[in-house]
Write a protein that binds this ligand. Structure first.
Ligand SMILES: NC(=O)c1ccc[n+]([C@@H]2O[C@H](COP(=O)([O-])OP(=O)(O)OC[C@H]3O[C@@H](n4cnc5c(N)ncnc54)[C@H](OP(=O)(O)O)[C@@H]3O)[C@@H](O)[C@H]2O)c1
Length: 265
C-alpha cells in the first residue's frame, strides 16, 4: 500500500472532541486542514488556539444535515488549499434512551446525522478526491455491540459499517480508500451533548480513550491507506467479537448492567 504525504485534509465535526484533536494532530504532522461544524464560534476559538499553525487551518460553517451547506464549505476549502487528499467524516451525535421510550423521529434525527451526514459528506467531496485519496468514517465499537439505552445510536453506527463496506468496494476502481475508525468510549462532550430521552446508559467499563489517541489512530489509517475497519483500543475488538461469537453470554452481561441501572433510577 502506498503511504500518503500530508496535503489537504477535510474534517467534519471539527469544533470539539475527536475532530478538534484531529485538527491539532494533523497540523502538527504538516497537513493543511479544513474543519467543518455548525458552531462557528468554537471553530474560531480553535483557530485562535493554533499559534503558528493557524494559517494552515480553515474554519468552515457547515451542517452535515444540509447538502447545500456542505457543498459550499467544500468549494471554499478546495479554493483555499486545492484538491482533497483525505476526508474524515467525523460529525456525529448520540441519542440516549430505551427503544420503548424513543420516537421514530428521535431515531430519524440521529440517523440523518450519523449515516446520511457521512453520505452527504462523501457526495460533496467526491468531485475533489483523486486517485489514492482516503475517506475515513468515524464509526464506533457500538456498531458491533448493541448497548441497551443506546440502541438507536448503535443502530446508526451498524448501518454506517454497511455503508462503509459498500462504498469501499464501489470506489476501489477510482483508488479511493474508504475506511472506518471505531473507537470505544472517548472522553469528549459527546455524552454531555447527547439529547436525553429517558435515563442514560452509564456503565462504561475501562478507562475512556483521549480524543488525541483516536486522532492519531485516524492519521495512521490515512497514512497507511489500508481500506479496512480499525477498532481502538485493541481490546474493543474483543468486545465486538464477544457479541458475534457469544451473543447470549454478552447479552446476559449487558442485561445485568441494565438491571443495576434501572434499580438506581
Ligand atoms: N465519545 C465517544 O465515546 C465516541 C465513541 C465512539 C465513536 N464516537 C464518534 O466520534 C465522533 C465524534 O464525536 P466526539 O466524541 O468527538 O463528540 P463531540 O465532542 O460531541 O463532537 C461531535 C462533533 O460533531 C459535530 N456535529 C454534530 N452534528 C453535526 C451536524 N449536523 N453538522 C455538522 N457537525 C455536526 C459537532 O459540531 P457542532 O455541534 O459544532 O456542529 C462536533 O464537532 C462521532 O461520530 C461519534 O459518534 C464517539
Amino acid at each position: 500500500m502506498t503511504q500518503i504525504a500530508p496535503k489537504h485534509l477535510l474534517v467534519t465535526g471539527a469544533s470539539s472532541g475527536i475532530g478538534a484533536a484531529l485538527v491539532h494532530e494533523a497540523l502538527a504532522q504538516g497537513w493543511m486542514v479544513s474543519g467543518c461544524a455548525r458552531r462557528s464560534e468554537r471553530l474560531h476559538q480553535l483557530h485562535d488556539s493554533l499559534g503558528s499553525h493557524r494559517e494552515r487551518f480553515l474554519p468552515l460553517r457547515a451542517d452535515v444535515s444540509d447538502a447545500a451547506s456542505l457543498d459550499a464549505a467544500v468549494a471554499q476549502a478546495v479554493a483555499q488549499y486545492g484538491p482533497l487528499s483525505a476526508v474524515v467524516a467525523n460529525a456525529g451525535r448520540g441519542v440516549d434512551g430505551e427503544i420503548t421510550q424513543l420516537t421514530a423521529e428521535d431515531l430519524a434525527t440521529v440517523y440523518d446525522v450519523n449515516v446520511c451526514g457521512v453520505h452527504r459528506t462523501l457526495h460533496a467531496c467526491l468531485p475533489h478526491l483523486g486517485s489514492g485519496a482516503r475517506f475515513v468514517a468515524v464509526s464506533s465499537v457500538a456498531a458491533f455491540l448493541p448497548i441497551p439505552r443506546m440502541g438507536a445510536y448503535c443502530a446508526t453506527k451498524a448501518a454506517l459499517q454497511s455503508w462503509v463496506a459498500a462504498a469501499r468496494m464501489e470506489l476501489q476502481h477510482r483508488d479511493i480508500r474508504v475506511m472506518a475508525c471505531c473507537p470505544g468510549t472517548v472522553s469528549t462532550e459527546f455524552f454531555a451533548s447527547a439529547p436525553k430521552s429517558g435515563a442514560v446508559w452509564d456503565w462504561r467499563p475501562g478507562t475512556p480513550l483521549q480524543p488525541q489517541q483516536v486522532a492519531r489512530c485516524i492519521l495512521g489509517q490515512i497514512r497507511k491507506g489500508r481500506p479496512r475497519t480499525t477498532l481502538i483500543p485493541w481490546f474493543a475488538g474483543i468486545a465486538a467479537c464477544s457479541y458475534r461469537h457469544l451473543p447470549r453470554l454478552t447479552e446476559w452481561v449487558l442485561r445485568r448492567a441494565l438491571t443495576r441501572m434501572r434499580q438506581r433510577d
